[in-house]
Design a protein around this ligand. Structure first.
Ligand code: DCP
Ligand code: MG
Length: 392
């Protein structure tokens, strides 16, 4: 069965959270952004403020000139992250395939009949409003590009289905600049050929389209006509892992967990080097009587981040270690691998991870230059590291 894609995009997200929490600024122009100093830019503006021409990325100074009576808010990322998590958790109640693409946006992919998806999306939009007090716009289409376009067409509180049957006539008058992926440069190029709307795009000749869209042209038109998204990337059949044999059998104490952390470091580093992500985490233990057991679990999250990989393995190992008196070997691997070319937005949801990522990049730089034994993270430098290191 063909896919039906729902795109959820919150309306004026940061500003709506502020208006929800401070009743006196509801229905007023609200601008969220860096209010300290002279160099801040607008993160977002409420729809009341947008009437004055204020938009994201505009200097705050310009926004002040355009609408001096607006309410200027510094903003608080913790509140936005809380709201995001509630919204995405709710999405997961309505669909098994939720792809979070930014702090306030997700694609839900269904393999179901159109009417049933429309019904679920209607319900979800109401639940988001009820649970968070925030409004979302919803777009439904046969592929991601159209679902995203649809959600932007009737903002705020839009609900826009674009069924395949009516395409591309149903979007004929939409400006090409509204299509995700068409930036200001391409829009300007289109306009030099008199192309402003999707209808004009469809009547343009092939040479012009190739010139404006390059190798994307054919795929672009196919999707705009309601074609299905290309199949997801093939999962690779190999896995990637590391094992460690202790110089002496150990109990699952400090030495054991330090080793697990180091294995996670190594596995995530290989994933980063090979630009791979995993969907399954696997752990293996061998006991003093050579009995071997493994466990695996499907996971979502960034396995290139060793901290996150460690959190994924920890629970599995806690259960598995109860079967062992003493441990001789431990292994950690990532399976269900795929090419990690998609942008990763986890840092938006979990700001602490941004710091972790900086640390990982710094460690990579040192390891690249001086080898993996050259530097061990601070938390590891207690206990019997010398012994641990000498075994590899
Ligand atoms: N954001 C930001 N800086 C930007 C763009 C966005 O900080 N340059 C933040 C603030 C937004 C949030 O991300 O509230 C979501 O971005 P959107 O592009 O979805 O914009 P909004 O949700 O604010 O408005 P819209 O109703 O157009 O979706
Ligand atoms: Mg939004």
């Amino acid at each position: 069965m063909d896919a039906v894609v729902v795109h959820i995009d919150m309306d004026a997200f940061f500003a709506s959270v502020e208006q929800r929490d401070v009743p006196s600024i509801r229905n007023r122009p609200v601008i969220v952004g860096e209010t300290r100093g002279n160099r801040g830019v607008v993160a977002t503006a409420s729809y009341e403020a947008r009437k004055y021409g204020i938009h994201a990325a505009m200097p705050m100074k310009t926004a002040e000139n355009l609408c001096s009576h607006a309410v200027f808010v510094q903003g608080s990322i913790d509140k936005y992250v809380d709201a995001s998590l509630s919204i995405f958790n709710l999405c997961l109640e309505y669909c098994a395939s939720v792809d979070i693409v930014s702090v306030d946006e997700a694609f839900l992919t269904y393999h179901d009949v159109w009417d049933s998806v429309t019904e679920k999306a209607t319900c979800l939009q109401k639940r988001i409003q009820g649970l968070t007090g925030l409004s979302a716009s919803v777009g439904i289409g046969p592929n991601r590009m159209l679902a995203k376009l649809a959600s932007s067409l009737n903002k705020p509180q839009g609900f826009t289905p674009l069924p395949e049957q009516g395409l591309p006539q149903s979007i004929a008058s939409v400006p090409v600049s509204e299509i995700s992926g068409i930036g200001t440069k391409t829009t300007a190029l289109f306009s030099t050929f008199g192309i402003h709307t999707i209808e004009e795009l469809f009547s343009a000749n092939g040479t012009i389209l190739d010139l404006c869209l390059g190798h994307r042209a054919h795929e672009f038109l196919r999707l705009l006509r309601g074609g299905q998204d290309p199949p997801p990337q093939r999962i690779k059949d190999h896995s990637l892992g590391h094992e460690f044999t202790f110089p002496h059998d150990v109990k699952p104490g400090r030495e054991f967990w330090v080793t697990v952390r180091r294995l996670c470091d190594q596995v995530s580093r290989r994933l980063r080097q090979q630009h791979l992500q995993g969907t399954v985490v696997r752990v293996k233990l061998r006991g003093n009587r050579f009995e071997t057991r493994s466990r695996e679990r499907a996971v979502t999250g960034d396995m290139q981040n060793p901290f996150m990989l460690y959190r994924m393995t920890e629970g599995l190992l806690c259960v598995l270690t109860t079967n062992f008196e003493r441990i001789r070997l431990v292994g950690v691997s990532a399976a269900g691998l795929y090419d990690a070319v998609q942008p990763d937005f986890t840092h938006l949801l979990f700001p602490g991870i941004h710091r972790e990522k900086k640390l990982i990049s710094a460690l990579d730089a040192v390891w690249d230059r001086y080898g993996e034994q050259s530097l061990i993270r601070g938390g590891f430098l207690r206990g019997s590291e010398k012994e641990l290191m000498s075994d590899e």
